[in-house]
Ligand binder design. Sequence first.
Ligand SMILES: Nc1ncnc2c1ncn2[C@@H]1O[C@H](COP(=O)(O)OP(=O)(O)OP(=O)(O)O)[C@@H](O)[C@H]1O
Ligand SMILES: [Mg+2]
Length: 258
Amino acid sequence: MESIITIKELNFSYSPGKQVLKNIDLNIKKGETFGIIGPTGAGKSTLLLHLNGLLTGEGEVRVDNIPVTKKTGPEVREKVGMVFQNPDNQLFCPTVFEDIAFGLYNSGFKKEEVKTRVEKMLKKLQLTELKNLSSHHVSFGEKKRISLASVLVMEPRVLCFDEPFANLDYSSIFNIIKEIKRLDMTRIIVSQDILLVLSICDRVAVMNKGEVIRTAPAEIIARERTLLKETGLDYQPYLDIINKGCGGPPRGQGISHL
Ligand SMILES: Nc1ncnc2c1ncn2[C@@H]1O[C@H](COP(=O)(O)OP(=O)(O)OP(=O)(O)O)[C@@H](O)[C@H]1O
Ligand SMILES: [Mg+2]
């Protein structure tokens, strides 16, 4: 399958002497759901910000064959949408409607076209009832949905999510998963929630200390317990807790076992 994103020997530092991305090589294919996992501070969010030119390092990042540079940034950002971890960084207009319409107006769409597209998106993400409220007066889960709507309405070729499941209840998580699965563009998901990444992504890259140390299909990464343990990403303890309880007697035996 053809690549939509290619990264070659990417290096990046926020400040001299502390390299945050080290020799990253990565290909992301058209239409796939690609996961990026790694411990905190591994460089996942930093890498994501290189995909739409919000950061630029040494080396090469190409989107749809366009080299990502400060100059091509605006063009690249039309192709690569970014849903940030914190929706407050994405929403700043007086109403939900305007937050979703903002990018369309900025890209020069006419008022009627903006209205049609935004109304359609509000309906699709079940946000119609909120459209006249301020995005700052709705719940965190709703803010996340509004952020997704504000990016999706631009119809990007690639959609990046930074920690889309953080601080959400299970029903909101499954709603986001449903939306992610329904999309047909390339999706890139950075998340600490390794079980969710492994269950919804086609391929997964494992990052550690600024490097991509492994890229493989999700079902293969899921079985690489040594690699996951070494990077602090082993999910087995969660499964053990579900099966056996947290250091207590096996489930179902209750206190009679003690
Ligand atoms: N704006 C910044 N200025 C300076 N250093 C930064 C900045 N943002 C991140 N860093 C540093 O770069 C490194 C990678 O951070 P990054 O946010 O990319 O990690 P991450 O893998 O996304 O972590 P997390 O899982 O906690 O979100 C960390 O050491 C972090 O302290
Ligand atoms: Mg991060």
